[in-house]
Design a protein around this ligand. Structure first.
Ligand SMILES: [Zn+2]
Ligand SMILES: [Zn+2]
Length: 131
């Protein structure tokens, strides 16, 4: 059994509402894994979200992150549900006309990133089984 080490990074961001600097330690698993967390500004209490992932190049210590008000995984899952729902009604209509359509729903939605070290990678947002 190999030990799984998850990198912790010294994460800093400026609150977009009050401009306050926030510092915290966050786990940053190697891409395509990611850590998703809710953040609360230490100055004004404003809440935001971060999605963070480390560059998978073992010689590199960079990490990438996205700060948004919305939850990226929630959006991806919401979008996937919407797509599946629409696909399903298309499939039902096709079935009425005697056609058959098969769809594969993906397990992950990749977000592409490139690191200053030159590594191109993707962070794969996990889509739960929608059946
Ligand atoms: Zn703030
Ligand atoms: Zn890198």
């Amino acid at each position: 059994m190999s030990k799984v080490l998850i990198k912790m990074v010294d994460f800093q961001y400026y609150c977009y509402r009050c401009g306050g600097l926030n510092k915290l330690d966050l786990p940053a698993p190697d891409a395509p894994d990611y850590h998703h967390a809710e953040l609360t500004c230490g100055s004004c209490g404003d809440g935001t979200r971060v999605l963070i992932s480390s560059c998978p190049n073992p010689d590199c210590t960079h990490y990438v992150f996205w700060i948004t008000d919305i939850s990226i995984p929630d959006v991806v899952v919401g979008f996937a549900k919407y797509m599946v729902h629409n696909m399903q009604s298309m499939i039902d209509k096709a079935a009425l006309q005697g056609a058959t359509i098969g769809i594969d729903t993906p397990d992950t939605y990749p977000i592409n990133a490139s690191c200053p070290c030159g590594t191109e990678f993707s962070v794969d947002i996990v889509i739960p089984d929608l059946d």
